[in-house]
Design a protein around this ligand. Sequence first.
Ligand code: C2E
Ligand code: MG
Ligand code: MG
Length: 357
Amino acid sequence: QVDDASTINEKCDQLLSVISQPYSLQGHLLSVFASAGISVAPQHGESVDALIRNADVALHKAKELGRNRSWMYQPELSRNMHSRMSLEKDLRDALVQNDFRLVYQPQFRQNESNPLRVETLLRWPHPLRGLISPHEFIPLAETSGLIMELGLWVLRSACEQFLAWRAQGLTLEKIAVNVSAIQINGSFAESVAKILDDLNFNPQWLELEVTESLMMSGITEVTQQIHLLRNMGVEFSIDDFGTGYSSLSYLKMLPVDVLKIDRSFVCNVTPDSTELGLVRTILDLAHDLGMVVVAEGIETEAQADALRNAGCPAGQGFLFGRPLPAAQAVDLLHPDVDLDDLRALLRENPDIGLVVV
Ligand code: C2E
Ligand code: MG
Ligand code: MG
C-alpha cells in the first residue's frame, strides 16, 4: 500500500543492508549479498506474471550495476534486454559462421622504422548493424560465456597469421593477443599450450595482454596460470595501465614483462603536463623493475616527441599505423632496405653487379 516509489527503494535498501551484515560461522567471518529488482502495480504490469517478469528484468540491471543493490523497473530495460539477447544470438551465429575478422596494429620501438610486434584486435562486421566495436561485443561475449571459444579462435588465428608472416621472411619478434579476465580459468594455460603445440609455435613469439584489475585481483588461480605460461616462455603485458587502481608499489609483485600506458594519459601529454610527469614516474619504476613500457594511442607528432624526450622506449597509435587486415598490414611490416646493409652486402659480394630495389 505504498504510494511513493522512493519508499520502496528505501525499504529495499534497508533489507539488503541487513542481509549483508557479516556473520560468524565456525570461526570464519562470512557475508551474503543480495540484489533486488522492483516492479510496481499497476504501472509495471497488472498480472502477477508481468510483475515478476519485469522485476526480474530490473534484477538483472541491479546485478549488472555491481550487486548488493536494488533497481526499479523501467520499460526501456526490456527494450535493452531484447536487443541484448538478439545481439547475443548473433554473436553465437557469427562464431559458428566464422564471421569474425582480425586486424593488426604495429608497435614501434624508438627511432626504428620496422615494427617488431603487432597487436591483434578483433572485429565483428555485423550483417545489419555494420561494424560493432569490441567495446560493445566483448562484454557481451564475457557475460554469455562465448568469450572462451572466441578467445581461443583469436589466439589460434593470430598465431597462424604470425607463422604466415614469418614464412614470408618478416622479422617480427612477437604477436600480442588480448585476453579477458574471464578466460583465465583453471585450464587456460593448458588450452593455450595445446594451440601453440598444434601449430608448432614457439611460446616466445606470443605476448598476452591482460588488464590491470585482473592482475591486482590477487586470485591465486590467475597467478598460477600466468606462471605456467611464463615458464613456457609466453610474455605478459598489462593493458590500459594507469586506468585501474593499482598501487605502484604492488607492481613489483606482478608476473608481467610489459606495461602499456593507457591512451587517456597519452592524449594529454605535452612537455609540461602532469600526464608527462606521470609517464616519467611509470618509466622510472618500470626501468627499476626490468619492465618494458609501451605508450598506447599516440596520434600526434607532439605526443610522440614528448614521449620520446621522456625516454619512452616504444609506442603504438594511429600516428604510426592503424589496425589493418593482414593483407594490408603486411606493407607496414615489410622491412625497409637499410642502405648501410646494402653497401656492406655489395662490398662482401663483389660479383653482385646490379641491385634493383
Ligand atoms: P586495447 O587492447 O587497449 O586496444 C587498443 C584500442 O585502441 C583498439 O581499439 C585500437 O584500435 C585503439 N587505438 C589504437 N591506436 C589508437 C590511437 O592512436 N587513437 C585512438 N583513438 N585509438 C587507438 P579497438 O580495436 O576498438 O579495441 C578496443 C578494446 O577491445 C581493446 O583495447 C581490447 O581491450 C578489446 N579487444 C579487442 N580485441 C580483443 C580480443 O581479441 N579479445 C579481447 N578479450 N579483447 C579485445
Ligand atoms: Mg590491448
Ligand atoms: Mg589498451
